[in-house]
Design a protein around this ligand. Structure first.
Ligand code: PAF
Length: 280
């Protein structure tokens, strides 16, 4: 496994690869967990070479404290990637990526960014699209892999790739869960034992909302979810929304032939956790 800190050294190596061989990119912010490693495994199966990037992208954090507290486990991350036989790792500094201009570009996402994460984390998706576009232009992969835990991010990235006409296939990867259902996240390591014990309630509530979706209207599902969290002293509900799966437009009623998805964001103390589920 080769580790690169500079764009120049990475590009030198990538440009020496056989152009007939495929490259899969797995962008991460580090603090790797089994979910990330399952994505690396999949990327290895589907490509000749796999490149993982580890970069905590400042422009996608609306909250300075969240950025400062983001876990950094570079040494164990590199060991885990080595054990997975990942071919290349890119771990640039903020200066290397942003040079003199530490700011996000502005993209048009056709409203995908106006709800849920986009509504509650101002500027977040411009930051995500900025770094992902930079990584794509630097590495020019054939395929790039993104987890469905960040379902809205996945749609935003697909939209950016289409608008910028980048010849890269975006591969969605299923949410990887702990045995008790909690979606794996680098942020889970920051939970206290009490918060960790309470956190599976998030997925349990999504499962219940999916069941209710069979024979209840959307306002009653929403008020059911609100009530579940009123009773929970470790978890504070930030939002629960039911949206059209393609456009992410928030729905108040169910139309036939449409696919719906439920999205949730919850605070456990200072730690913000998100999850989502397909309803039909
Ligand atoms: O999902 C993440 O870890 C980040 O948002 C990403 C895609 C690596 C961009 O910084």
């Amino acid at each position: 496994m080769e580790v690169f800190k500079t764009i120049k050294s990475l590009q030198q190596t990538l440009s020496g690869l056989n152009p007939k061989k495929s490259l899969g990119l797995v962008p991460t912010m580090g603090a790797l967990h089994e979910g990330h490693l399952s994505i690396i495994k999949r990327a290895k199966k589907e490509n000749d070479y796999v490149l993982a990037s580890i970069f905590v992208n400042p422009t996608q954090f609306d909250n300075k404290e969240d950025l400062a507290n983001y876990p950094n486990t570079l040494k164990t991350d590199l060991e885990a990637l080595e054990a997975m036989e990942c071919d290349f790792v890119f771990t640039p500094s903020v200066e290397e990526i942003y040079k003199q201009k530490l700011s996000a570009d502005v993209f048009e996402f056709n409203g995908l960014d106006l709800v849920m994460e986009g509504k509650f984390r101002s500027g977040h998706f411009n930051g995500v699209a900025t770094i992902v576009k930079k990584l794509f232009l630097i590495t020019n992969p054939d395929k790039a892999y993104f987890g469905e835990k960040d379902f809205q991010q996945l749609l935003i990235i697909k939209k950016m790739v289409a608008s910028e006409k980048l010849p890269i296939e975006i591969i969605p990867c299923e949410i990887y869960r702990e045995k008790d259902g909690l979606a794996m996240s680098s942020r889970n390591t920051r939970l206290t034992p009490e918060q960790r014990k309470a956190a599976p309630e998030i997925y349990q509530t999504l499962l219940k909302s999916k069941k209710l979706f069979e024979d209840h209207d959307l306002p009653s599902i929403k008020s059911f979810v609100k009530n579940e969290f009123v009773q929970n002293k470790e978890l504070d509900l930030e939002y629960f929304e039911i949206s059209d799966k393609e456009t992410l437009t928030i729905s108040d009623s169910i139309l036939p032939d449409k696919k719906y998805h439920a999205f949730i964001a919850v605070f456990a103390g200072q730690v913000r956790l998100i999850d989502n589920i397909a309803l039909n």
